[in-house]
Design a binder for this molecule. Sequence first.
Ligand code: SF4
Length: 746
Amino acid sequence: MKKSVLQRDSPLRRWDGPLTAELTLRPGDFGLGKVPARLAPDAVTSLVCGFCSVGCSLQAHLQNGHAISLTPDPEYPVNLGLACPKGWEALAPLAAPDRATTPLLRNQKTQRFDPVDWDHALQVFTLKFKALLDQHGPESIAFLSSGQICTEEMALLGALFKFGMGGLHCDSNTRQCMATSHVAYKQSFGFDAPPYTYADLEESDVSIFIGSNLCVAHPILWQRVLRNPNRPEIIVIDPRKTETAMNATQHLAIAPKSDLVLLYGAARALIRRGCVQLQFVDAHTVGFEDFVRFLDPFTREMVCAATGLSCEAFARFVTAIAGGRAVSFWWTMGVNQGHEATRTAQAVINLALMTANIGRPGTGANSITGQCNAMGSRLFSNTTTLLSGRSFANAEHRLEVGNILGIPVERIPTHDSQPYHQIVQRIEEGTIKGLWIIGTNPSHSWIDQNRFNEGLSQLEFLVVQDLYHSTETARQADLILPAAGWGEKEGTFINSERRIGLVKKIARAPGQALADFHIFQLIAHYWGCGPMFAEWSSPPAAFQVLKKLSKDQPCDITGIRDYRMLEESGGIQWPCPGRASVPPDESAPLRYQTNPRECRLFEDGRFYHPDGKARFIFEQPRESPERANAEYPLLLITGRGTAAQWHTLTRSGKSDILRRLQPDGLQVEIHPADAARLRVRPHTRVRGFSRRGSIYATAMVTPTVQQGQVFMPMHYEGTNQLTLSAFDPHSHQPSYKYCAVCIEPS
Ligand code: SF4
């Protein structure tokens, strides 16, 4: 009789082979349940995720001090035990084979990279940049940095470059995502201050998402929306039927970049319905009467003609705002990356102010940040604003910073740096000759990519400091400095709700790669200005410097003792001034009982302008800088592809698991009617053209885009070969969401 495979002595069944050992589970301890034996940790520690601005905390499972796997922190007040695929896979990019492990210098004869030691690399760095400064002055060198590095690092970089090296022009890739929110808040509230706390996502009865595909871009925040016990009305304003729009109770599929007209029209309609909270407006704002007069032309008919909405859809939207007990407005890149982005963000703020939906649970005009430390960059990068939200043009501010840092005030520039696009223009014009790029990949991500790369090729000296030697930007460098990544260094990030969280070293950087902080310290030493930064001796010491810089600013963090307090508190939201006496939150998990309460701004109705009042700011809508025509009849919208993809895929493309969750290459979403007209069949190769370049992609025929529009995810190099160099005039943020293209079968 044949033996069953289930019988213990069946030759087909092994009970003690290598695979069995692999599958055997044992208690993981540390509250982890059961884990495979080889993954049993000997310790765990928590750190904040290094991808997006949600700022989830991840538990690193350690063996001999090294992380072997990650799980979401079950108690952290942000993610409550959840993580998106990127968080789960955050260790994979660190082990990629294309990590830069030694400085690489381009050999001028062979044009190949030669490995060199740090001493040689830093001598070349210093020699080249000093020569440019001596020959062409302080405006001839620049840096472009990142919202992905720690706050201590970006502050040291900005201070070193401007006060130590004597440079002037520098900016960060946060210009590409958050500059609009920064400027909008600063002008409207008097300081760059996102007012909310994530708990507001669970307390609204009307949640309005403008240009935000929250499901995909901030998946853990979407989970917080789903936890809302009020069964809120969820309204999505987006030309595309995104994953978030599919889950909305109202989807306003407006014409691309008609959001400003829609928001003005809603404000007018609310006024006409008598839904303005006049007591709040009178007590806490300036400019409402002028706003009312300005709104006069934004009639329902005008709004519906501009947006393509039906009168009923528009009325339903206004009714939801009017009837909401706690209405929250959330916006992301669909607003920020537009040609009139700042005024659009302020139109959102105006709606919150006039309906008094601010400073109360479940309310707010809430910009959700992009990168893990974009908020740190906005406050402390010392690029286009002086440290801690101050102004370079303000003599008093310069004196304060000089005194705090113990540096001669003459070392502080008296005017702001040029923003990113002006730096790019100066590179094209040849006035900026040396560029240092840190932790960002603009040869892929900057708008109108071919033009950008043409500019880079004209530089006399390009340094790229990055984890990988293989990025599109690094491949063009003269010198590559190998940097440690998230998880290989310590510091802090500030998330979307202003919560400062801790990043820890849970892995060893490969080869000679160093933390950005230590690279900056070395550069200070080689440059000869090391003593100026003696106080910045380590990231924890630099954090103490940041505390001093924040004192009496709206972002005061002097009440945060040190990293340990951040750890014990589950992160702390700014402001946390030293004089604050914040009672512990007894509803917090035991581990985080020292946690100060959730911190929402403007509960007292006082804003940061000297008179304590917020401003209504508005402006006539502008024409889009490029229109569709017979040659380029389709409008291209760009955005995030999937929750498994992060920006240029530099890191998320390194994980086998994340790659399996991503489409295989660039896809263009096209409406079935357009596809039929253009003879484009589903899943076939198409060619896309704009006035700036051409690309190949795979056609995804879907009604999620409207007729006359196509969508491409931003994660592929080709997308920005098509986009147009257009910028918001106030924030100088690129307008990635609108340009004219044509698509044809390939
Ligand atoms: Fe990390 Fe953002 Fe995903 Fe949270 S939602 S795990 S912070 S990438």
